[in-house]
Each structure stands twice: as structure tokens, then as C-alpha cells.
Ligand binder design. Structure first.
Ligand SMILES: Cc1cn([C@@H]2O[C@H](COP(=O)(O)OP(=O)(O)OP(=O)(O)O)[C@@H](O)[C@H]2O)c(=O)[nH]c1=O
Length: 613
């Protein structure tokens, strides 16, 4: 769950925590912040005597930690993240600054100094906004500190040494951890507890509120733009603010990367932490849905033009070089590349454009995890079907791509292959997760219904040495299955059997599998099919269902922010079923011990065993 008015301000930024402290990581991730961790190499050796107060030392150290990381990341990739957060916690007692003890004796000295007294814990925090101008790193630093008073009980020598021997003090300022065993030493705390643990979350949120809601001069409304896929000319425009990542005060006025969510102009500044929002929210999800097709088309077009292949092999490249490689106009290519960068598919630096890791892995046409075939299928037949959706609705036709509409025997070889390429990519990507979501070793024979190219079957036999797997699919599909390869060794334990699920008898097996097949089927067809299978199952036989779970369902399951009902970007067939619904259906069909699992963050996998009649 993410509190949008506060942590949400950083949602579309690349945020780095410049700290090795597991406590800071936990505090910030518990707050819903997404970030990378790059521990700082800055040596905490500033001359303490040169600071007027202990907190000034903590703030300066925090700042140097964050700047070192920003600088290092910029040097490495010529691209710093949008925001780097640094922090430093110290304990101050009687004019002395205590950091982490260097050894047990040092811990003993620190803890005896704190025994029976009040001391202050200061955490200095630096929020560094970065951007790159002409290859140079530009930073804007916001810094603050928080003070918490802690009172220790009188500590006996015995307790002190027991505590030191626990090992807990060694990586903690002042030699104690209030969140664990050290809590027993503490009589009271005045102020923010998390500040003692290592990060003043409340003050940090207030700081975000201040940074991202700086009041504008009266009468200067923020522009709302409607062409929501922005041209990105400079790296700084890739952050979520039109005005550039380095200017947080401007950050809430423009369009988010990806262009999906225009911010409302506000007449009154809004936020948690003391300031109230008097304006009703704008329908951001709705606008995002209206715009979504543009982002999809950009991705699909870049795939089709082989942009990700060119950059995978030769990136970084300039727009001119890419244009030459893909045989397209320079202006058009530059705009396409910029939008891809804005969508987070490409990285843009002074050296040119390069693939993100995701793009190389999934959008280039080669590689075991390529979804290029799926993109081509969406760009071709699926796009076509959805272009004529109004007609399909009026006529009551299925929302199915035209080439697949006429029935399998009429499919052209190219249409079948295109469908199979899409299915093959998705199967290869998910096979390992499906194969291992449950222990399937008790089964000796399995039948993958609609198993297409056999990608899952090959993974299953690789995973379970005693399993024989039959791939059952339409004759038109089985005929072409041999053209596809997987990373798994071809195996004699995989057999291909042609047939039609809805009319032919099913090959015998003690485990039947459906994978990513049922989500588009109308309920009555689904019920009919599953009860047929149930009828074919001997007692003790299994049925395994694996279906893509829409992101929204993931969010709901984790209690994260919900969209209004109906605003769903995936699952355009019938509303996707939850594992609970599949479980109830399987139980009704005579399956028992039905278990559900999530796999790969994207799949629901359900397994049931046929009960004796
Ligand atoms: C008082 C207290 C401190 N700490 C930890 O003490 C380290 C301070 O050291 P730092 O130099 O600020 O941070 P670091 O751990 O060296 O990490 P880095 O940011 O990489 O310098 C941080 O870990 C804090 O959580 C606790 O876990 N509990 C407590 O009650």
C-alpha cells in the first residue's frame, strides 16, 4: 500500500537509497517506496570538531553519502537516478558524538556512557535530485535532521556484557538497536522512534510534501496537457515532471513518464502531514485507460521495426544510426525512441539510446524470454479485432482475431504460426513457474491440453524425470509444432497428439493441465470443458490450471490501491477468475485437496485431485 499524497510523489522516479543499513531499507519499503539500494562508499570521517552541532555533522555526512552515489552512478552510466537518498544516524551524549563501535571494548565504552542517562539520537537525511545537463551531473540537495531523546536504565556490568556478546551493538550507532534486544535497555523515548532506528519517516514525508507542493505564485495555473505521449528531448524530461527531474517544485505540474496521468491544476495545495486537500481527485485511472492504446502501439511498433534488436546488438546508438538500421526517417525514429524512453523501454544518455534490461530480455526477437512473437500477434490480428470491436459488439461476434474466427481448418499457415509464436513466447516465459508451483512428482503421466508447441511439456519432463507428457492440440497446430524449439532438450517423453478438445476423447493421463487458455472462454464453455475433463479423470488423477492473474488482482490481494470497479487494463475477455473461484469450481466438479498458489508474480496455479465417485 502506498500513500499517494506522500510516498506517491516518488512513484515514477528512479529512486536510490544510498545506504547499506537494512533498517533504512525496511522502513522505506514498508512505506511503499520503490527504490534501488546502492550503498555509499563515502568514508564517515568528517572532522567532528569543525561542526557547530552534532546534527550538522549527521546532515553533512548524509549529504556526502548521497552525493558520492549520485556521482558514481552518473560516471558509470552517464545517467544518475532521479533521486538519491542518504542518511546518517549518530548518538550524542555530553557533547560527544558516538557512531558505530569499532570493537567490543568500544561498544562497552559507549553503552556505559549512555547507562542511566538521557541522550539524543540525530538522523541527518539528504534528498538529492539529480539531472544531467551537457553530460554534467547537476544536483539539488534538500537536507534535514530529526532529533529523538532516549533515556537508558542503569545497566549492570553483567547485562552490558551479555548485550555486547549478543553481537547486536556492532553495526549500530551508539552501540545499541532500540528495535531489538537494545529495546530492553530503554526507559523512555521522546520523539520519533523510527528516527532512532535509522530513518525519520514522518519528517521525510513532510519534506516530500514541502518539496513537491511548493506553492505557486497566485494566478499561475499549471498547464494540463492532452497530448499525453511526450516528446523527450533531454534526459531530465524522462523524470515524471515536464520541467525536469531536478526541479521538484515543478514536478507535479506535467505529465508522467508514459504520458498516462495528467495532474490536475490545483487552486489549493494539498497533502498529508498537516495540509489538507480540498479538491476532489481527477479520474486518473480513466484517463490512463483512454490513453493506454497509444503506449501499446508505440511498444508494438518499436518491436515490429526491430528497434530493440538493433539496440541489443549495437546500442547505445543515436537516433540517426537507429533510423539507418531500421530504414526509417530520422525525425520519426527520434520521436519513437524518445517515447520509448519515456515509457521506460529504452535508456537515453549522451551516448544515445540503449535497451533497458527488460527490452533486451523480452522485446528483442531472439532469446529464451523473448515476447516478440506475442507483440507481433497483438500488433497484427489482435489489434485488427479490437479496431472493429464496435461491429463485433453490435453483431454479437466473438472478440477474436479474424484469422482465427473461421475455425481451425480454415486458418492459414501464417495465421496459425503467428498464433503459435505468441503462445510459445509466453509458455517459455512461464513454464518453469507453472512446472514448479506444486510438486508434481507423484504423477507419472500428464496431458497438456492446448499444449501448442510443447514448451511447457519439455520443461515438465526436464523437471520430473519420471513424467511422460502428451501435448494435445488441434491437428493444424501439432503439424507445425516441430518448427519450434525450447531451451530444454527435446525428449522422447514428450508426445504430440492431434485432436479437438471439445469433441475428441482425451488422451489418458493421471494429470491434466491447462495453461493460459481458459481466461478468454465464456463461463458456460469453461464449465462444459472442465466437467468433461472431470469425467475423464480416474480417482486420484490431478487437474492443474494456470492462468494469468491481472496486476489489479495482485494489488487487491496485497491490499494495495484499488482501481474503481471496471477500470481494468487486462483481462478483456470475461472478468478473470480468482483462484478462489477456480477452487470452488473444481470442488463442485468432484476434485478435492484443491490448492492454489501464485507463481512468477503473474500466474494463479490451482491443483486438485479427483475424488473417488
Ligand atoms: C541508534 C540505533 C541505530 N541503528 C542503526 O545504526 C546505524 C547507524 O549507522 P549509519 O552510519 O548511519 O548507517 P550505516 O548502517 O553505516 O549505513 P550507511 O547508510 O550505508 O552508512 C544505522 O544502520 C541504523 O539503522 C539501529 O539499527 N538501531 C538503533 O537503535
Amino acid at each position: 500500500m502506498l500513500l499517494r499524497p506522500v510516498i506517491g510523489k516518488l512513484q515514477h522516479k528512479r529512486v536510490v537509497l544510498a545506504s547499506s543499513s537494512p533498517r533504512r531499507r525496511e522502513i522505506l519499503s514498508n512505506a511503499g517506496l520503490r527504490f534501488e539500494v546502492v550503498p555509499s562508499r563515502f568514508k564517515e570521517k568528517l572532522h567532528k570538531g569543525s561542526f557547530a552541532a552534532p546534527h550538522a555533522y549527521a546532515v553533512e555526512t548524509a549529504k556526502q553519502k548521497a552525493l558520492e552515489v549520485a556521482d558514481r552512478m552518473h560516471q558509470k552510466d552517464l545517467r544518475a537516478p532521479d533521486v538519491v537518498i542518504g542518511a546518517d544516524t549518530i548518538v550524542a551524549v555530553g557533547g560527544l558524538i558516538l557512531e558505530k563501535p569499532v570493537d567490543k571494548q568500544d561498544a562497552y565504552r559507549m553503552l556505559s556512557r549512555l547507562s542511566g542517562k538521557e541522550h539524543s539520537v540525530f538522523t541527518g537525511v539528504a534528498i538529492v535530485h539529480c539531472c544531467t545537463r551537457d553530460g554534467q551531473l547537476d544536483t539539488e540537495v534538500s537536507e534535514f535532521y530529526e532529533e529523538t531523546t532516549v533515556k537508558f536504565s542503569e545497566l549492570s556490568e553483567e547485562l552490558l556484557w551479555e548485550y555486547i556478546d549478543s553481537g547486536e551493538p556492532m553495526d549500530k550507532a551508539g552501540g545499541y538497536g532500540i528495535q531489538a534486544l537494545g529495546g530492553m535497555l530503554v526507559e523512555y523515548v521522546r520523539g520519533d522512534f523510527l528516527n532512532v532506528v535509522g530513518f525519520p519517516l514522518n519528517r521525510f514525508c513532510k519534506e516530500l510534501a514541502r518539496l513537491y507542493h511548493a506553492p505557486r505564485a497566485p494566478g499561475t495555473p499549471r498547464p494540463v496537457q492532452h497530448d499525453s505521449i511526450p516528446a523527450v528531448d533531454t534526459f531530465e524530461d524522462l523524470s515524471d515532471s515536464k520541467g525536469g527531474g531536478s526541479d521538484p517544485a515543478r514536478a507535479s505540474g506535467g505529465l508522467q513518464a508514459g504520458g498516462a496521468r495528467p495532474q490536475a491544476p490545483r487552486t489549493q495545495e494539498a497533502d498529508l502531514n498537516g495540509v489538507t486537500d480540498s479538491q476532489p481527485g481527477l479520474p486518473a485511472g480513466l484517463l490512463e485507460l483512454m490513453d493506454g492504446f497509444k503506449a501499446s502501439k508505440v511498444l508494438l511498433t518499436a518491436c515490429k521495426l526491430q528497434v530493440f534488436d538493433v539496440l541489443k546488438d549495437r546500442g547505445p546508438l543515436s537516433a540517426t544510426d537507429v533510423a539507418r538500421e531500421i530504414d526509417a526517417s530520422v525525425g520519426g525514429t527520434a520521436r519513437l525512441l524518445d517515447v520509448c524512453a519515456a515509457l521506460g523501454l529504452l535508456d537515453k544518455s549522451d551516448r544515445g539510446y540503449s535497451n533497458t534490461e527488460t527490452a533486451s530480455l523480452h522485446l528483442a526477437s531472439d532469446g529464451e524470454q523473448s515476447l516478440h512473437g506475442l507483440a507481433a500477434y497483438h500488433d497484427g490480428p489482435v489489434w485488427g479485432a479490437f479496431t472493429h470491436l464496435g461491429r463485433a459488439v453490435r453483431e454479437g461476434a466473438a472478440w477474436t482475431p479474424e484469422p482465427l474466427l473461421q475455425g481451425p481448418h480454415k486458418w492459414s499457415t501464417e495465421a496459425t504460426l503467428q498464433f503459435m509464436r505468441a503462445s510459445h513466447g509466453l509458455s517459455k516465459l512461464t513454464a518453469q513457474h507453472v512446472a514448479t508451483a506444486f510438486d508434481l512428482s507423484p504423477f507419472t503421466s500428464a496431458c497438456h491440453l492446448g499444449g501448442c508447441t510443447g514448451a511447457l511439456a519439455h520443461k515438465l519432463v526436464q523437471e520430473y524425470p519420471h513424467l511422460q507428457v502428451t501435448v494435445f492440440d488441434l491437428p493444424e497446430v501439432i503439424k507445425l509444432a516441430g518448427d519450434f524449439q525450447t531451451d530444454a532438450q527435446p525428449s522422447e517423453r514428450v508426445h504430440f497428439v492431434p485432436g479437438d478438445l471439445s469433441s475428441d476423447s482425451l488422451p489418458p493421463a493421471d494429470l491434466y493441465i491447462f495453461c493460459s487458455l481458459l481466461h478468454d472462454w465464456p463461463d458456460d464453455r469453461l464449465h462444459g470443458l472442465l466437467s468433461r475433463i472431470s469425467g475423464s479423470c480416474k480417482p486420484g488423477a490431478g487437474l492443474l490450471l494456470a492462468e494469468l492473474a491481472p496486476a489489479e488482482e495482485e494489488e487487491e490481494a496485497s491490499g494495495a490501491a484499488r482501481r474503481p470497479p471496471g477500470l481494468r487494463t487486462r483481462g478483456v475477455g470475461r472478468r478473470p477468475w480468482s483462484p478462489g473461484q477456480y477452487r470452488r469450481l473444481l470442488q463442485r466438479l468432484g476434485f478435492q485437496d484443491v490448492q492454489a498458489a501464485r507463481a512468477g508474480g503473474l500466474l494463479h496455479v490451482v491443483l486438485g485431485t479427483r475424488a473417488p465417485p
